[in-house]
Design a protein around this ligand. Structure first.
Ligand code: NAD
Ligand code: ZN
Length: 392
């Protein structure tokens, strides 16, 4: 099969590799019809992880089930499914409590697995023609019939929308509250979208990339351009000097100033200064336990100079970590199905798998107009069986 393979920093290639295949009776095999490039893939692309050469990337996957193991009962051949980026078992202590991002079964010695990602287990990614899906009955979200025509909406349920939503959950965003979001990448824009759906009264999104700020405005948020003046001052001005009720970090360890110099503590400290005393923070931007290639000496050890004094003095609360996609994807799916949400608003490029190498270059450069890339490894074949998702 064809797949996008990591070969080294800023070097990914479309290659012919052995077909993905069934390994266990609980697996399903999925023909990938839509798969996204994620901001998280760029950490690997830029050589800022320990991902091994030869890994197939891609953790935001949607496709058609073409084979199921003999222990798969719910999911059927012909189903169109969206796969959470987390690979999880469904029966370990953490999955049982809903924390599928910290599954204890799928990545021995660590908590949590994912497709095509550094340090997240042996699972290959879905920027390929086929994908092996472990624990298929637990992991597959079976999509309704209309999803065939709306794959660019439903594929956002694999990661990026639930992750933005997770940021607002960690921050405990309530109807009527104000929210400040650092980062207008896909995650930040989906945090804004989620906060608006939850009924936040004011949603402010900080970035400096004009196309992304324009999208923030389009969905009803207030864009804040930090290349014009201090984003903290702008938030305070918009909130009568009080600061926002809640805040979301959607940038992570590669946060940088407008000149491009990295400061891994920049967004977290700006957030602490941008929310009011007793405010709540949700941190979903990635901060790895070590980052040897960082220009910052603390960050090499996975540490940052955090404004703990300001944080404590204000009595802030902070939640962080990977999204437990399964906690939210079914409910968010209903918002698409009922026409209450259209997450494909983010998609700027719909390309074939063959165009993925080039797409990585543009998306990595955060080129104007490259807000989200969806790849189409295979045309969706009309399914033979009916897709009665509601029943399953
Ligand atoms: P992205 O790189 O496309 O977007 C990041 C945005 O942050 C860019 O638009 C950039 O201009 C902006 N930015 C950089 N420095 C900034 C600063 N100092 N102030 C304000 N904005 C700044 O990435 P994305 O896809 O939106 O992902 C964002 C982060 O979320 C990444 O770290 C990604 O790995 C992480 N992520 C986490 C999870 C999870 O489960 N927790 C899931 C998916 C992605
Ligand atoms: Zn992702």
């Amino acid at each position: 099969m064809k797949a996008l393979v990591y070969e080294g920093p800023r070097n990914v290639k479309i290659k012919n590799v052995p077909d993905a295949k069934m390994e266990k009776p609980t697996d399903a095999l999925v023909k990938i019809t839509t798969t996204n490039i994620c901001g998280s893939d760029l950490h690997m692309y830029e050589g800022r992880t320990n991902v091994e050469k030869g890994k197939i990337l891609g953790h935001e996957n949607l496709g058609e089930v073409i084979e199921v193991g003999k222990s798969v009962y719910r999911v059927k051949v012909g189903d169109l499914v969206c796969l959470p980026f987390n690979v999880s078992c469904g029966y370990c202590e953490n999955c049982e409590r809903g924390y599928t991002s910290a599954c204890l079964e799928v990545n021995p010695g660590k908590a949590g697995g994912a497709y095509g990602y550094a340090g997240m287990g042996p699972y290959e990614g879905g920027q390929a023609e086929f994908l092996r899906v472990p624990f298929a009955d637990f992991n597959c979200l079976v999509l309704p019939e209309e999803a065939e025509e709306k794959q660019n909406d439903y594929v956002m349920l694999a990661d990026i929308w639930p992750t933005g939503y997770h940021a607002t959950e960690l921050a405990g965003v309530m109807p009527g509250e104000s929210v400040v979001i650092y980062g207008a990448g896909p995650v930040g824009l989906f945090a804004a979208y989620s906060a608006i759906i939850k009924g936040a009264s004011q949603v402010m999104v900080v970035d400096r990339l004009q196309d992304r700020l324009a999208l923030a405005r389009k969905i009803g948020a207030t864009p804040i351009d930090d290349s014009e003046s201090s984003p903290v001052d702008q938030v305070l001005e918009l909130t009568d000097g009080k600061g926002a009720d809640t805040g979301c970090e959607c940038v992570g360890y590669q946060a940088h100033d407008v000149k491009g110099h990295e400061h891994p503590n920049m967004t977290l400290n700006n957030l602490v200064s941008s929310v009011r005393p007793t405010g709540r923070l949700g941190v979903v931007g990635v901060f790895p336990p070590e980052d040897p290639k960082s220009p910052d000496s603390l960050e090499k050890e996975g540490q940052i100079a955090f404004d703990i004094g300001n944080f404590f003095d204000k009595g802030l609360t902070m939640g962080s970590g990977q999204c437990n996609v399964k906690k939210y994807n079914r409910r968010l799916s209903k918002l698409i199905e009922t026409g209450k949400a259209k997450p494909s608003f983010l998609v700027s490029h719909e390309l074939g798998l063959d165009e993925a190498e080039d797409a990585y270059k543009h998306f990595d450069a955060r080129e104007n107009g490259w807000t989200k890339v969806v790849l189409k490894p295979a045309a969706a074949a009309k399914c033979e069986r009916s897709r009665k998702a509601a029943a399953r």
